[in-house]
Write a protein that binds this ligand. Structure first.
Ligand SMILES: [Ca+2]
Length: 278
């Protein structure tokens, strides 16, 4: 949801995390305990125990105020986590908000189904605005384009203080998009385990599947669904995937955030099958 929301204050939040990066333990400290998730074949995991942005991830969005860094202020496991610190800027209800993200190119041939898992912590308030936490993108059917702005994508986020998931066409503009808003408020001041399934294959169905999300093992329901587009447009055709190619995480607000807010993400993992929580 990149644009103004006319019916409410927009705000959102979210967080993700994972573990299992091929970190290089410091010679002076013992290696962190094995991270959940990396035991599953084909899983990629990041526990941030390098103490810096992990290899393969590169800075991407950087708008308004705040920082995205790896630090030791609030790990889920081990010593470090990814930290979106002091995110603030813009006004609720207006387009444009603080965005601090990193992205990662998946290995060739990842496939059309992406499961994910991350631990997320947010404080002190639930944003009203759309706050993205994680997304994964794939080329359009038959396309050889790999540029970021040519890719279809799935997203996990929060919006109006509740968890949300979205299927998007390429960004910009990223809409018309299919939006699913849960009835579950963003959990504050505690670590939660978020899991998601982005099934871009969806068997013999004509379109890619809708995203599914679990919070601490409980699948979220989506009592509110709608097409967001500016100007209004018919629902998008959810184009099917051959291979997911790129991931993005951090925190990205599409409308303003007036309360300085922090998120931490740790033990982030993606794979071709469900990874699970601890
Ligand atoms: Ca960690």
């Amino acid at each position: 949801m990149r644009t103004r929301l006319t019916r409410f204050h927009p705000l959102l939040v979210l967080a993700l995390s994972a573990s299992c990066a091929p970190g290089t333990p410091s010679p002076t400290t013992p290696p962190p305990p094995a991270a959940t998730g990396c035991a599953v074949p084909g899983t990629l995991c990041w526990d941030f125990e390098e103490g810096t942005i992990p290899p393969g991830w590169t800075p991407f969005r950087d708008e308004f105020t705040g920082r995205l860094l790896v630090d030791d202020s609030r790990p889920h496991r081990g010593r470090y986590a990814l930290h979106a610190q002091g995110m603030v800027g813009g006004k609720e209800g207006d387009q444009g908000g603080p965005k601090k993200t990193i992205r990662y190119n998946l290995p060739e041939g990842f496939g059309p189904v992406l499961w994910g898992r991350a631990y997320v912590y947010a404080t002190p308030e639930r944003p009203m605005s759309h706050a993205g936490l994680f997304n994964a993108r794939y080329p359009r059917p038959g396309s050889s384009e790999r540029a970021f702005d040519t890719l279809d994508w799935y997203e996990v986020a929060t919006y109006q203080k509740k968890y949300m998931s979205i299927w998007h066409p390429p960004e910009p503009p990223g809409f018309p998009e299919w939006v699913q808003v849960s009835d579950t408020p963003l959990v504050l001041d505690a670590w939660t385990c978020l899991e998601w399934q982005f099934d871009g294959a969806n068997g013999t169905e004509p379109e890619a599947a809708l995203p599914r999300v679990w919070l601490d093992g409980q699948e979220l329901a989506w009592p509110e669904t709608f097409v967001f587009s500016d100007p209004p447009a018919p629902p998008p055709v959810r184009e099917k995937a051959s291979n997911f190619t790129v991931l993005e995480t951090g925190v990205f607000l599409y409308q303003g955030l007036s309360v300085p807010t922090d998120w931490w993400i740790d033990d982030l993992a993606v794979g071709k099958q469900r990874i699970g929580c601890e």
